[in-house]
Design a protein around this ligand. Structure first.
Ligand SMILES: Cc1cc2nc3c(=O)[nH]c(=O)nc-3n(C[C@H](O)[C@H](O)[C@H](O)COP(=O)(O)OP(=O)(O)OC[C@H]3O[C@@H](n4cnc5c(N)ncnc54)[C@H](O)[C@@H]3O)c2cc1C
Length: 496
């Protein structure tokens, strides 16, 4: 029987997993133990999220107000990409829908026709999140009585990673998770099955278990060091391999979005929180030294640096198998795709969702393990293509880094997507893909890919009908945004 779950690691992955398992399984026969080492510490930098984080919070019954206060969070409506297409040009990748789908096809086909006929050139005028972000506004949308007339505002959060882990730790411990402090120095396995039987801490204490969740970060202490599950290296497509991070003092208006600013050998994030701004330069060490990267970062802060910059190293890619025997890798131990679209915490969430759906009771069935591995691989693979697109489609050739990425061969799956998009403005997506049409459209258009055509159904309405539809949606977006307060005022009023 699988009665004892041991989570190794107390970073975002470890505490998200422990909290979710505790919420779902407490009260039954399954005990949950989490082992972490304060001396080893966590990466502590995952601070921007995407909207499905609501699904996780809601499933745990977490109150938004409590969560936003505890983690000093702010609200995120999308990401601004500066200098990605070329220096001096910015575009926005918003959450939520652009317009609304009509007659079975995406709104974007109508917009492409509209623009061809001389209509307004900016498709983001039809997206409430982008319009609110431009005006630095945010508020949740109150439920409206009667039929819905105004678009929702979709959002995610920026939060303090350390405070998030603390918040989840309190949640998990209140539901029976036992936390053990200490560094694991040995792993015992059953000589016949190869299953892990216990972890030994420095000092000799042993922690036995039936199922081990490896949340040990880049080390992959169980999944790789014990099981050699293998790593598929994607650094030829996503060549950034280092980051230098530093918090800075807040200055100016509180932005409701993440900023991603491309530099000579990578890009810089700016994540606004209630009490500080998170900053980091993600770069490729082949093209810039650590010292140079540090000075680029420090020269591009909006406020005074609040700590010494910290360096991080990584290799983009995915673990070939994230479940082996009785060990499942979650978080950085399962793979890392770089933080460009804030997807890592979401991938943690996807893994937790699947672990709960497939939670073994009596035995671990190989077919379920295989399914888990296939599904997790697909999750990473799909995100990978979206991230590569940001680099591969650029006009920049002003440094060896940009020359490399704009000339690299892209995966076939991405090449096909780009070909279809250029020909007919259509985005090929799979049913469960995380990034939907709005995301691909915003990024591809933002990076300068212009579709030559659009879907023929968009030609089946009259010019007047098209004008009326476009005007109606535009007015609804304007009305929604006009009702929103400034993001900074909203956060201050409700959470500070
Ligand atoms: C530069 C950078 C920027 C990022 N930005 C974002 C972002 O904006 N949004 C996003 O979604 N994600 C982001 N991420 C990813 C995000 O930080 C991680 O997905 C998230 O923090 C989960 O990390 P983790 O818990 O897997 O690993 P870690 O935080 O490294 O935690 C590992 C844990 O394992 C423990 N441990 C390790 N070895 C042992 C041992 N021998 N004994 C006992 N304990 C041990 C450690 O003490 C620690 O508690 C970013 C990552 C990087 C590198």
């Amino acid at each position: 029987m699988i009665n004892r779950v041991v989570v190794l690691g107390g970073g975002t992955a470890g505490w998200m997993t422990a909290a979710a398992l505790a919420k779902s399984l407490s009260g039954g026969p399954v005990s949950i133990t989490l082992v972490e080492s304060e001396a080893i510490g966590t990466v502590g930098v995952g601070e921007a999220t995407i909207p499905p984080i609501m699904i996780y919070n809601n499933a745990l019954g977490i109150s938004e107000a409590e969560f936003v206060r505890a983690t000093k969070a702010t609200f995120k409506l999308g990401i601004e990409f500066a200098n990605w297409k070329r220096k001096g040009v910015s575009y926005f990748h918003p959450f939520g829908m652009i317009g609304s789908d009509m007659d079975g096809i995406s709104f974007m086909h109508y917009w492409l026709r509209w623009r061809k006929n001389g209509g307004a050139a900016d498709f983001l005028n039809f997206n409430a999140e982008a319009c609110a972000a431009r005006e630095k506004k945010f508020a949740w949308v109150e439920e409206e009585p009667g039929p819905k007339m105004l678009p929702d505002v979709n959002y995610a959060y920026h939060f303090d990673a350390g405070l998030y882990a603390k918040f989840l730790r309190e949640f998990a411990e209140a539901r029976g998770v036992q936390r053990i402090e200490g560094a694991v120095c040995d792993v015992a396995q059953n000589p016949d099955s190869g299953d892990i039987t216990s972890l030994t801490l420095e000092g000799g204490r042993r922690i036995e278990g039936d199922l081990f969740i490896d949340c040990s970060g880049f080390r992959g202490l169980l999944i790789e060091k014990t099981y050699n599950a293998g790593y598929e290296d994607w650094s030829h497509w996503l060549p950034v391999d280092s980051a230098v991070a530093v918090p800075s003092a807040s200055s100016g208006e509180l932005l409701p979005y993440t900023r991603s600013i491309a530099h000579e050998a990578g890009w810089q994030w700016r994540i606004p929180l209630q009490h500080r701004v998170g900053n980091g330069y993600v770069y490729c060490s082949k093209y810039i030294t650590d010292d140079m990267a540090r000075s680029v970062l420090l020269n591009n802060l909006d406020g005074e640096a609040l700590a010494e910059p910290r360096y991080l190293r990584f290799k983009t890619g995915v673990r070939k198998k994230s479940w082996v025997n009785n060990c499942i890798a979650v978080g950085l131990s399962a793979g890392f795709l770089e933080p460009l679209e804030s997807t890592s915490i979401h991938l943690i969430q996807r893994a937790i969702h699947k672990i709960l759906a497939m939670f073994p009771r009596r035995t671990i069935q190989p077919c379920l393990v295989e399914r888990f591995n296939q599904e997790m691989y697909q999750e990473y693979d799909e995100v990978k293509d979206f991230l590569i697109a940001h680099y591969a489609i650029t006009e920049r050739d002003d440094s060896p880094f940009w020359q490399y990425v704009r000339n690299m061969a892209v995966p076939d799956s991405l090449r096909q997507k780009l070909e279809v998009f250029k020909e007919r403005g259509e985005v090929l997506i799979n049913k469960h893909d995380m990034f939907r049409e709005t995301s691909w459209f915003s990024v591809l258009m933002g990076q300068g890919v212009e579709p030559e055509g659009y879907h023929p159904v968009a030609d089946t309405i009259s010019d007047e009908q098209l004008r009326m539809r476009m005007t109606h949606i535009r007015h609804a977006v304007e009305k929604r945004v006009s009702m929103l307060p400034k993001h900074g005022d909203f956060v201050k009023k409700h959470y500070m």
